[in-house]
Each structure stands twice: as C-alpha cells, then as structure tokens.
Design a protein around this ligand. Structure first.
Ligand code: AMP
Ligand code: FES
Ligand code: ZN
Ligand code: ZN
Length: 325
C-alpha cells in the first residue's frame, strides 16, 4: 500500500519504474535508460584517462564474472576493437570449468574471439598444485595465482600485438586496494595505482575502464542486459583482507552515499597535484634470460623461476618413484 508507493522510484529520464536507484549519483533509471547511461559513463572515462582509441586493439581479460564480461559487452557495444583472454587456473571444477564455459558462450554469442590459456595444459600444473609445490605463501594459492595471471596477460597482449590490456577492476576493487595501501602507507603502490599504466619496455599498457563504476552498478548492468556470469567468487578469496576492507567500505557508503567514489577521486586528484611525486620510481627492467619478458630481478623472472622449481620438484619425485623397489 502506502509504503510501497512511497518507495517506488521513478526513472529520471522517462518517469518509468526505475530498476536501480544510485544514491551516490542522486540518479535513478529504468532498464532501457540504464543500458544507455552506463556505457556512456564508461566511454567518458576511457576518453578522460586516455585509455585507448577506436583504432587501437584491446585485449579484455575475462574471468567469467560480472565485471569483466560486463566490460567486454560495453566495449564491444561502443564499437571498440576487442578480443578476450581467459586464463584457466584449474581452481575448483565448478569454479574454473563453469567460468570458462560462460566466457566461451559469451564470445560465441557475439562472434567475438576468445583466447584461452590453460595453465595446467600449457605449463604442467594447476594453480592449487603450483601453490603446494612452490610453497609460496605456505600453500595459499592467491600470490602464485596473481603472478601467473599478470605474466600470462602481459605476454598474451604483447604477442597478440594489442595496444592495451583491459581488466574488469571496479570502483569497489580499487577503493579496497587504496584503503589497504593507505593503511600501510605503501607509497610505491599508491604511486602506481591508476586508471591507466602506460606501456614501458616490454610491458603492455594496462587500463581499468570500470575504475569509477560501483560493483552494484555492474551487477545491475549484467542482470538487465541478460549476461550469464558466474556468481561465485574464487573459493580462495574467502577471508582475504580485500573482502574485509570491502565490508567496512560498504558500511561507510551506507551512511554516506558516494563515500567510496569520493575517496577514490580525491586520491586521484591528490596524486595529480603531486602528493606522490618523488615516491614514483620505475624499477629498472630488463628482459628475462629465459623468456624475454621484462623483469626487475637479476637473471630469470619470477615466473620462470617458479616454473623451474616445479620442474625440479617433479623430476625429483619421478626419480624417487623409479628408485623405489
Ligand atoms: P580478480 O583478481 O579476480 O579480482 O580479477 C580482476 C580482473 O582480472 C578481472 O576483472 C578480470 O579482468 C581479470 N581476471 C581475473 N581472473 C581471470 C582469468 N581467470 N582469466 C582472465 N582474466 C582474469
Ligand atoms: Fe587466483 Fe583465487 S587464487 S583467483
Ligand atoms: Zn527511463
Ligand atoms: Zn622469464
């Protein structure tokens, strides 16, 4: 009755029933107007931060989740030249297999090219196996996973001749990382956290076109647009500091709509005004002796060293098995 009537929010553009009320923008929109509005916003940010042009080739890293598939859909719809990259991590069957299936289905429905790199198939171990063998982070896979993803994304973008590599990091992701880096006063990380990282010797330009889009806005976009995506997060993300910060930030946002966006934008502004000038320092990069990818480590890059170790462990295990009676 009465309460329902008071809660019904109307689209600012046409007066129809709104599907999303964005208190942070003081804006409510119906489905049709929302599907127009969000891509316009993304295009504005792509241009504002000079991410890429319509002539350039963009590789979109897709995980099968709402952010990256939503991003690919928006970029394709805006007429950018895109191809996708899916990295098979071998995490849990219902997680990795399903996210690959959804990414492939998305590309096939639109006639888009999706490159797939399956880590176990290409290099010989899944991420969880790798985490145990390497014992980095005492068997927790997130750090080896990040290392592998960064390496494979950059190499695929370079070898495919792409001008930019786009990821689906949204505002909630960026602000959680920002808060964590601020608590640690991690100057180097703060200096490098940006919507665009310019290309440098052997490193592709990296862009985050959704850096000012709320996670909630991406969920709404995929639902209204009918994009099938994987709801589950990586099972290993549970209990991570990022999730902890996201929860705190959600509370702040509830009391003060727009708090996240304001924190992020003030940060970018402070940086522009030189707050982190002097902190910024580009590590000396040189090609890895083995694979040629840029690295700051002397000799081989951390990716090659990690996989060398895996080969060594495998050979040792095999030799022991052979020696056993
Ligand atoms: P995450 O690190 O899971 O928060 O993901 C951040 C972004 O990295 C996503 O929005 C994707 O663009 C990209 N990404 C994550 N996982 C994969 C994957 N398995 N394959 C390709 N890209 C990925
Ligand atoms: Fe890599 Fe979770 S450990 S996505
Ligand atoms: Zn409307
Ligand atoms: Zn290497």
């Amino acid at each position: 009755g009465r309460r329902l009537w008071r809660c019904a929010v109307k689209c600012r553009k046409c007066g129809g029933t709104a599907v999303l009320n964005m208190r942070q923008h003081k804006l409510a929109l119906c489905g049709a107007h929302y599907l127009e509005w969000l891509p316009e916003q993304v295009e504005r940010f792509i241009e504002k931060y000079r991410m890429f042009t319509r002539q350039e080739k963009v590789l979109v890293a897709v995980s099968g989740g709402k952010d990256s598939l939503g991003l690919w859909d928006i970029l394709h719809g805006l007429g950018y030249r895109t191809e996708g990259l899916y990295i098979g991590l071998g995490i849990a069957q219902d997680y990795s297999d399903e996210s690959r299936r959804l990414s492939e289905q998305f590309a096939a429905e639109r006639g888009l090219t999706l490159h797939v790199v399956d880590i176990a198939q290409r290099f010989g171990a899944t991420i969880p196996e790798l985490a145990v063998i390497s014992n980095r982070g005492h068997g927790k896979p997130c750090s080896v996973c990040g290392l592998n993803k960064r390496y494979i994304m950059n190499r695929a973008a370079l070898e495919g001749g792409f001008d930019a590599l786009a990821t689906g990091h949204n505002l909630d992701d960026e602000v959680a990382v920002l808060m964590q880096n601020t608590f640690n006063w991690a100057g180097g990380y703060l200096a490098r956290q940006a919507p665009v990282l310019a290309a440098s010797s052997g490193l592709t330009r990296k862009v985050k076109p959704l850096c000012r889009i709320y996670e909630r806005e991406m969920t709404a976009y995929c639902l209204v647009r009918g994009i099938a995506y994987i709801y589950e997060e990586c099972p290993h993300a549970e209990g991570s500091t990022t999730i902890y910060y996201k929860e705190i930030l959600n509370k702040m946002e509830e009391d003060r709509p727009g708090a996240k966006l304001q924190f992020y934008l003030s940060f970018l502004q402070a940086k522009e005004q030189g707050l982190f000038a002097g902190v910024e320092h580009q590590a000396d990069l040189h090609p890895c002796q083995r694979c040629g990818q840029p690295t700051s480590a002397p000799g081989e890059c951390s990716f090659c060293r990690l996989w060398d170790k895996v080969q060594l462990v495998k050979r040792t295990v095999a030799a022991q098995a052979e020696a056993a009676p």
